[in-house]
Design a protein around this ligand. Structure first.
Ligand SMILES: [Cu+2]
Length: 138
């Protein structure tokens, strides 16, 4: 399944071949709080790929984050890059890796979708449409 991949919808930038986004969604709480993006990133090639950033017109800033619990305290770290192994995948899910959407725009409405572009170290990009859900994930 190529769910969420908008083939041919990436202008002026090379499509990152063999890298697929599946199960994307955004958790939106309220306009004053960051939204979080979740998905699975699969690499169907024999080369490792490195995710180095993301952006969306629906976010003031879109960052790569990871939630960690250390000494019983939940915290988030900013990731400069995230490796996706050859023939492997990285799961972005609550409590782990996520996209952090700071200053969500008025387009962030549960039931609607927002576009997200993922950028890779080799200069390629993948665009996906992220359905927006509410705080409960529904
Ligand atoms: Cu975060």
């Amino acid at each position: 399944m190529l769910a969420g991949v908008l083939a041919g919808a990436v202008p002026a930038q090379a499509q990152e071949e063999g890298v697929l986004v599946s199960g994307p969604w955004m958790r939106f709480i309220m306009p004053s709080r960051p939204a979080a993006g979740y998905f699975t990133l699969s690499n169907h090639t024999a080369q490792p790929r490195t995710l180095v950033g993301a952006d969306s017109p629906a976010c003031g800033r879109l960052m790569l984050h990871r939630s960690l619990t250390s000494n019983g305290v939940d915290r988030m770290t900013m990731m400069q890059d995230i490796d996706v192994p050859a023939h492997g995948k990285v799961v972005f899910s609550p409590g782990g890796y996520h996209l952090m959407c700071v200053s969500p725009s008025a387009a962030m409405i549960p039931g609607h979708s927002v576009p997200v572009t993922l950028h890779f170290k080799d200069g390629g990009a993948v665009m996906a449409s992220f359905p927006v859900r509410g705080v409960t994930g529904k």
